[in-house]
Design a protein around this ligand. Sequence first.
Ligand SMILES: C[S@@+](CC[C@H](N)C(=O)[O-])C[C@H]1O[C@@H](n2cnc3c(N)ncnc32)[C@H](O)[C@@H]1O
Length: 244
Amino acid sequence: MDLWDGDFWDVHRDLPREGVGSDATTRRLLELAGPLPDDARALDLGCGPGRSALVLAAAGMRVTGVDLHLPFLVRLREAASARGLAGSVSVERASMAALPHPDGCVDAVWSEGAAYAMGVDAALVAWRRLLRPGGVLVFTDVGWATATPSAAAWQFWAAYPAMRTASATVEACRAAGYDVVATLEQPESDWWDEYYDPLGERLDALERAHPDAADRLAPYRAEITLRREHGADYAYTAFVLRRP
Ligand SMILES: C[S@@+](CC[C@H](N)C(=O)[O-])C[C@H]1O[C@@H](n2cnc3c(N)ncnc32)[C@H](O)[C@@H]1O
């Protein structure tokens, strides 16, 4: 039998995105962020394969995608070249929690589905100094959509103990010194079309190739099933903030 070693990256390699989102949502968030200077500079922190960075670059921004996982950065660079955006997209392997960039260096800090990795509250503090006054921070995060989540959702999200409601995050954003320009609950299609649907197909393909892998693939399948059965308990929300 063709054994599978359970490598996380066998599951995630070359998926369209590494989290909940869509190009349409990124574009909408750009509109909500309001006019930015021509040739605005942006950092996309935890950029993954870089879909948001590509949308920002296509809108005329000069974007640096930052991630710890080198293959994502290679993919982003290739995708930028293929779209004629190589001059607008650079990549940097660095931790979003310890960025070497000078204060006020960008007009926008962008981070879709990644701030949780260092903690949203820590990110709000650490990233503010990177923005010039008037610059925008746009990030997305998962939060509770009900005060009475199902036991299944509660158990799954115990792995993210800092999870809270979107309104509690709005308060945290204000407390960290931002103006809250807008919030946007992401549509259900952002969970499926480019994230859970391709992930489910990948799991099926892996299981066909490695029938022994079913047990190790089960946690990934459980996450997808949880969304289908208890999706009303939690939501992904985008926060559009301005540094005064
Ligand atoms: C859930 S994925 C989201 C990726 C991408 N923004 C998207 O929406 O497809 C989180 C990303 O954060 C990256 N990451 C995690 N910790 C990081 C850190 N300390 N510094 C930089 N990137 C990090 C991971 O490698 C991964 O690409």
